[in-house]
Structure formats: structure tokens, C-alpha cells
Write a protein of this length. Structure first.
Length: 265
């Protein structure tokens, strides 16, 4: 069979493959769904996996991808289209056990970081990484997702906000705490100034833009009350849960205007 014939056959099989993967994911058979992806890639190329992932309902994509992180190999993790991933993030809070949000919010946030990190750094394609970060941070739910991650290291995030304002594109991910979150924050700021600003304001809602944060210092003791409002990890998790759309509606980009300060001009 020629490459063209294989491609045509793959396109003809896409609706059936989409139904098969959806049924497997909804049944909790993530490994079998990955096997279906792998077989499709072997027979028709990676494009078949990309096409299916672009047509899966975002709530199904969220269910599937939430079962993988950087420690687990997944074709879906490596090939999910940026827009499809961004849409799926609107539903990821629906996959969390209710009791964990209340009892162990940091554990959920750490798992969410592993998920985001696993998608963004699944390979060395810088253009794909930038597009993933741009799409994911372009929505209200995306801003909340990143704010949840930043809430695990708020002192370092504020430190980075000041560094980004002063150094622009020459900023590095070196912080006083050497958090694993810092490189992701810097890459987001470089990929999308607006996405970075939105995520900061989601965590620190009293500010209008990051320039106002330059001279702010958080107390060293995390149990000490902050001098200004900062949403907690738990509060942000509940906030994202409230943003989960009805499965009968699709997530839309926010019409909110850019809050950027041209930090990388």
C-alpha cells in the first residue's frame, strides 16, 4: 500500500478510532486507549493520532491526559494539539476527588504541575512548547491552572515577576528557592506576556499588573499572614472546579483585554 493509500485509509478510519478511544477512556481503560493510538500511528502515521485528539470531546481528552505525566510515556501527551489541550484543561478539575481538594490541595496542585510539565516538555520542539503555553494561558481557566501551580511557590513567583520586569528576555529561572516551577514560569512569560500577567493576577488579585508587584515581599513563614491578598491553593482549586463547563457547552476564549505591560519589547 502506498503512503497516499495509507493516508486515505487512515482518514476513513478516524471516526471509528475516535469512537473507540472515547469509549475506552470513559470506561477507564487508558492503557487500551493508548494501544489504539499506537496501532493507528503504526498503520497511518502520527497524523492519525493528532487528528483523533483534535476531534475528541475536551472532557474525554482531560480524562485521558490526566492519567499521564512526565513519568509515563504517552502518545497523547506528545501529540495532543495545543488547542485541544487548552480546551481540555477546562475540564481537568472534574477529574479530582472532592475530598482531596479539601484535605490535600497541595497534592492535587503537584499532580497538576506534573501534568502541565509533562505536556509542555514532552519533547524538545520549542515552537510547540510556545504554542502550548500560549493556548493554555489564553483562557480564564488556563490562567487559574497556572495560578494553582504558582501558589506552590508564591515567594519565588513574585521574585521572578520582579526579575522579568527588570531583565526582560534576559531573565533566567534562577531564584532563591530553586523551585522546579520557576523554569515553567519563565517559559510562560516568554511565550505569552498576557498569559503570564493573567496568571499572576489570578494568584494576587489586588494588583492591576505585574509592575505593581516589583517591590512586594512575602513573609518567609508561609503561615504568617500576607500583607496583601493572595489566593490559596485550595481556593484556586475550588475556583477552577467552578469554571468546569457543562458537557453540553464548549469552553470559549475570554474576551478580556490584554493586561500586558510589554515586558519583552
Amino acid at each position: 500500500m502506498s503512503d497516499q493509500e495509507s493516508s486515505d485509509a487512515g482518514k476513513a478510519n478516524l471516526p471509528a478510532l475516535t469512537r473507540q478511544v472515547s469509549e475506552l477512556v470513559l470506561a477507564g481503560s487508558l492503557e487500551h486507549a493508548e494501544e489504539a493510538f499506537s496501532q493507528a500511528a503504526d498503520e497511518h502515521g502520527d497524523y492519525a493520532v493528532v487528528e483523533v485528539l483534535s476531534t475528541l470531546p475536551p472532557q474525554v481528552t482531560a480524562l485521558h491526559l490526566s492519567g499521564f505525566d512526565g513519568a509515563k510515556t504517552s502518545l497523547a501527551t506528545m501529540l495532543v494539539p495545543p488547542k485541544a489541550w487548552a480546551d481540555s484543561l477546562a475540564y481537568i478539575a472534574a477529574t479530582w476527588p472532592d475530598n482531596l481538594i479539601e484535605d490535600d490541595p497541595e497534592r492535587i496542585a503537584e499532580n497538576l504541575f506534573n501534568h502541565v510539565h509533562g505536556i509542555v516538555y514532552a519533547n524538545d520542539d520549542e515552537e510547540r512548547r510556545i504554542e502550548l503555553l500560549q493556548e493554555a494561558s489564553a483562557t480564564d481557566h488556563g490562567a487559574t491552572v497556572f495560578a494553582i501551580l504558582w501558589s506552590l511557590a508564591p515567594k519565588e513567583i513574585l521574585e521572578l515577576a520582579g526579575e522579568i520586569l527588570s531583565k526582560g528576555r534576559y531573565v533566567t529561572a534562577q531564584t532563591s528557592g530553586d523551585s522546579d516551577i520557576a523554569p515553567l514560569a519563565v517559559d510562560l512569560a516568554k511565550a505569552s506576556e498576557d498569559g503570564w500577567e493573567r496568571s499572576l493576577l489570578e494568584l494576587f488579585p489586588e494588583f492591576r499588573h505585574s509592575a505593581e508587584m516589583a517591590d512586594v515581599e512575602l513573609p518567609d513563614d508561609p503561615d504568617e499572614e500576607s500583607p496583601f491578598m493572595q489566593r490559596s491553593t485550595r481556593e484556586l482549586l475550588y475556583r477552577l472546579r467552578k469554571q468546569v463547563p457543562s458537557v453540553r457547552s464548549m469552553p470559549r476564549r475570554s474576551a478580556r483585554r490584554s493586561l500586558g505591560t510589554d515586558i519583552f519589547s
